[in-house]
Design a binder for this molecule. Sequence first.
Ligand code: HEC
Length: 432
Amino acid sequence: MVGPEYARSVRRALLALVLLTAACQTASQPPAPAVAVAPGERVTFNNQVVRVFQQHCQTCHHPGEHAFSLVTYVDARPRRDDIVDVVRSRYMPPWKAVPGHGEFTGVRRLSEAEIELIARWVSEGAPEGDAKDLPAPKTFPSGWTMGTPGAVLAMEEPFTVPPRTRDVYRCFSVPIRLSGEGRFIRASEVLPGNRKIVHHVLTFLDLTGRSVELDQAEPGPGYTCFGGPGFDSAGGLGGWAPGYPGIQVPPGVAWGIPPRARLVIQVHYNNPGDTAETDVTRVGLHFTAGPFERRLTSALASAWNFAIPAGNSRASVLARTSLREDVEAIAVHAHMHLLGREMTVTARLPDGRTEPLLKIDDWDFDWQILYYFKRPVPLPAGTVIEAACVYDNSATNLRNPSKPPRAVTSGFETTDEMCQARVLGTARLKGP
Ligand code: HEC
């Protein structure tokens, strides 16, 4: 476990690296300022900068969230230098998908004009401006954002994280008891119980019963788990990271939970505070009754039995899977551990065409979000989904958990690696 100061210094050093790379890229984005500045006008917080923050930052940076608030001038001014660093490096807002590889909804990227606006505000002394220019404040829901769920699956016991404890990865195995019908869901939302300590959440379905054994083998609620839940999972019910909503499938799509499945809720906790904190994270399900024309499918390209030599700063691993039916892809998710640096997910169609699905060139374990395609991507039967993973197992990789580096193999532990891409899609329901 590393201390907060160390984690922060690593983050700062990593930031400096990205800053360098960002500086080498050309500014090719069309200038489309969301917030206009008239010639000769001063850039102020109240008139322009707060509007950028409202649109691109405050979803995660408001009181009650674990990231500090960027709602008022008093919140923002002391952070101004950090703010310029993180927007220039594109560390913030967190969005890992490289433009041009897959077209997604909910893209969180500042335009060059917005970045320059913030930089100019800071370089001109970060003035507050006139109170009459302030836009109406935004409001943020603190509970369920998709309405009241039809059923809630919750951790069975509260879990307590001691003070000043970072990077606790814990899996909780929860029985799924759903009455009568309504086993088809249209949406699923993860709600962290204690936002002061919940860093991110992933969920997994367990058809093997293994999660119960793992839980019983360890004292306290749940069991330690890092990369995966410790068994081959049959999909999941979504995840949570600050600012990301739940999973929703298109109308007419049957999304069923297999009978006898258990839900495993994996939570990454950080408690920087001086008091112990307790959490009960929940998953809310919204049901639908059909009629259904399609069903939800999931294709997993996963590499196993690989090894990454110690010291290698660009080790590649390829994972592949092929589709046995026609699928319309709706979302894609990438998974590696701490040595991961890049992942490129490509669909190789049977007719020889290739379809770029996702490219991440600055992997961050903490931001494993589901990227939703703007339009369903048709992938005929026989398509090969390929995930090309690149790892940095050198001593210069500040995220390397082993010092000095050691040979790393595939596995679920913090010091193991994984190379997985999951494509979520829909397929036609077989006729009677
Ligand atoms: C999707 C959620 C999200 C959005 C949107 C977002 N942030 Fe953040 N930001 C975070 C989280 C979470 C952290 C804390 C990182 C951690 O603890 O790992 C953070 C950290 C930061 C930091 C501190 C970085 C450091 O460690 O030194 C700054 C500065 C920052 N954000 C500025 C911004 C600005 C400016 C925007 C908008 C342009 C923005 N953020 C948008 C979630 C977000």
